[in-house]
Design a protein around this ligand. Structure first.
Ligand SMILES: Nc1ncnc2c1ncn2[C@@H]1O[C@H](COP(=O)(O)OP(=O)(O)O)[C@@H](O)[C@H]1O
Ligand SMILES: [Mg+2]
Length: 392
């Protein structure tokens, strides 16, 4: 385990300066993105409060920041949806951020490639090979009203949630997710169009088994650490019991990874016919799930109240942020959309205190500024109205 590097540690004279683990956005520029024709904000680390009426553009701003993490952002949207409705026909949407991190400043950007629907990444002016490259620079974790249904929905969104938490802990994880998804799609296409190409199928299934086992192993590891961090948590948030579930995950708990990989390759080969009939790969790391139980009530999170589910999610995100800070020296940027409004006063205060202790950059939204009253001097306040952002 890598020793914790504390954000509050002071640099002793004569010793090399301690790198601050916190990465934060210092400048954000939006071009033809959602409701914003053009907008720019300059911010410091720590808490950032965005208030404004419904439809002002608060979530859109957080969504732009969420695109600094691999994937489709906090709304799981398509690239075409980011383009501002009403923008010139040849205009392209873009999000550019200056990120101050432990190793200095990085300029990261993403946007639509002119003349196509493709989304591209730029890091310090150079094209990024893949979205996974972003995880080397910054990790972003979010909580949105949409995620109120996370424990009730199917496993896919919980699996995505867990994978995103793992990015901050293990930047290579994003690459595994991409390679695994690609192998899964390649196998499906081969089974549908060229089932006789057995050598080709062997190769794709070998890749699927290898990346699948690596993915599941990283999830199992992440969840074990998360469980310990949650056990050790104090304060008013619940301390849920978390477990990595899934056919590959559960085997990894009792067998060496290589044995599980052999098993998965065999299963894939054996299932070619029935997978072809079902039109999907039935067994693999894409069947993984994050099981969450309310400890005191001994009840699946899905059966607890909406407010309790929210508090469980906040607890998980904070535990993951503490863990990434202590073990990896990587404090994620937190995007907390309409979260304050759903916490009681005690938990709200605990959330603000924890953000302060982590030193994390936390972007928080709400319609009512009074929710953030106790943060007054410690936060940067912005008002958003009709896609205009002003320093309040
Ligand atoms: N592609 C788009 N082009 C223009 N406006 C958009 C686009 N997508 C969403 N909007 C608009 O952005 C506005 C602000 O949305 P949002 O950021 O979710 O508001 P809120 O401040 O309530 O979080 C909404 O009124 C929505 O209709
Ligand atoms: Mg909103």
């Amino acid at each position: 385990m890598i020793a914790a590097r504390s954000q509050s540690a002071t640099d002793a004279p004569g010793l090399p300066p301690i790198k601050k683990p916190v990465a934060s956005v210092t400048r954000l520029t939006l071009t033809e993105f959602r409701c914003y024709a053009h907008a720019r904000v300059e911010v410091g680390p720590g808490a950032i409060v965005l208030t404004g009426p419904n439809g002002a553009g608060k979530t859109n701003l957080l969504e732009a920041i969420s695109l600094l993490s691999p994937g489709r952002g906090l709304r799981s949207a398509r690239s075409a949806d980011f383009q501002r409705i009403g923008a010139d026909h040849d205009a392209v949407w873009g999000v550019a951020a200056t990120i101050a991190g432990p190793d200095g400043e990085t300029l990261a950007g993403t946007g639509r490639e002119p003349g196509s629907e493709r989304r591209i990444i730029q890091i310090d002016g150079k094209p990024g090979k893949s979205q996974a490259a972003l995880t080397q620079i910054v990790s972003v974790v979010w909580l949105t009203p949409h995620m109120d249904r996370l424990f009730v929905e199917g496993a896919k969104s919980r699996r995505r949630f867990l994978d995103r938490l793992t990015f901050g802990f293990d930047p290579a994880h994003a690459g595994r997710v991409t390679r695994h998804d690609l192998a899964l799609r390649q196998r499906a296409r081969l089974l549908a169009e060229r089932p006789g190409e057995t050598a080709w199928l062997d190769a794709v299934e070998a890749e699927l088994a290898a990346t699948g086992v690596a993915l599941a192993a990283a999830r199992v590891d992440m969840v074990a650490r998360l469980a310990r961090a949650l056990d050790a948590a104090t304060g008013p948030f619940p301390r849920p019991i978390v477990a990595a579930e899934g056919p590959v995950e559960s085997r990894l708990m009792g067998q060496p990874a290589l044995a599980v990989e052999d098993w998965l390759r065999e299963v894939l080969m054996r299932n070619r016919n029935s997978d072809s009939v079902h039109g999907e790969t039935q067994v693999g790391a894409h069947r993984g799930d994050l099981a969450v139980t309310h400890r005191e009530k001994n009840m699946p999170a899905a059966l607890t109240s909406t407010g309790e589910q929210k508090a469980i999610l906040v607890a998980i995100i904070l535990a993951a942020a503490r863990l990434a800070t202590a073990e990896r020296g990587r404090t994620p940027i937190l995007l907390l959309d309409e979260v304050a409004a759903h916490l009681d006063e005690t938990r709200r205060q605990a959330l603000y205190a924890e953000i302060g202790a982590l030193g994390a950059q936390a972007w928080m939204t709400g319609t009512d500024r009074s929710l953030f009253e106790t943060l007054e001097g410690d936060a940067q306040h912005f008002t958003i109205r009709d896609a205009h952002i002003t320093h309040a």
